[in-house]
Ligand binder design. Structure first.
Ligand code: CA2
Length: 139
């Protein structure tokens, strides 16, 4: 059974609670339950942290064993050289995802420190970006 980790970075624990006009009204835990049903043939895992170090530790923990990581690093996408280096250091392929279309937003969201070390980037499809990320990894 393929093992895929979905990782969310800072503030994404607030999905469905605040800023619904940008990020939608569904909380991630209920969305994750639906994903698990949809991909019953996969072992799906979920990890969220607001801490850059905890995200890096998790990438190191699973990055030589899991079959894929779907990563929404939130604002760390645009700031973290360290997360980019962590992705470069592992063997597990990573797909970067975003709920919003970051290219339609502020200029600082147009750059990613992660993208060049990822298999690809998916953004702008709401929570469906995560499903598309899984599809890309299992193809
Ligand atoms: O669109 C995305 O998925 C982002 O990764 C979300 C990040 C943002 O910094 C990126 O530029 C794009 C922000 C996540 C904040 O999530 C919240 C969710 C609900 C309420 C408040 C914040």
């Amino acid at each position: 059974m393929k093992k895929i980790l979905i990782m969310n970075g800072p503030n994404l624990n607030l999905l469905g609670v605040r800023e619904k006009s940008i990020y939608g009204s569904q909380d991630f835990v209920s969305y994750f339950e639906a994903l698990k049903q949809q991909f019953a043939s996969l072992q799906l895992h979920y990890f969220q942290s607001n801490s850059e170090g905890a995200l890096i530790d998790k990438i190191h923990e699973v990055g030589f064993d899991f079959d894929g990581i779907v990563l929404n690093a939130g604002a760390y996408t645009h700031t973290s050289v360290a997360l980019g280096d962590a992705i470069a250091a592992i063997t597990t392929p990573v797909v970067e995802v975003h709920i919003s279309n970051v290219h339609q937003r502020e200029e600082f969201r147009h750059h990613s420190f992660l993208a060049k070390n990822c298999q690809g980037v998916i953004c702008g499809f709401g929570l469906d970006s995560y499903r598309l990320g899984i599809e890309a990894l299992i193809k």
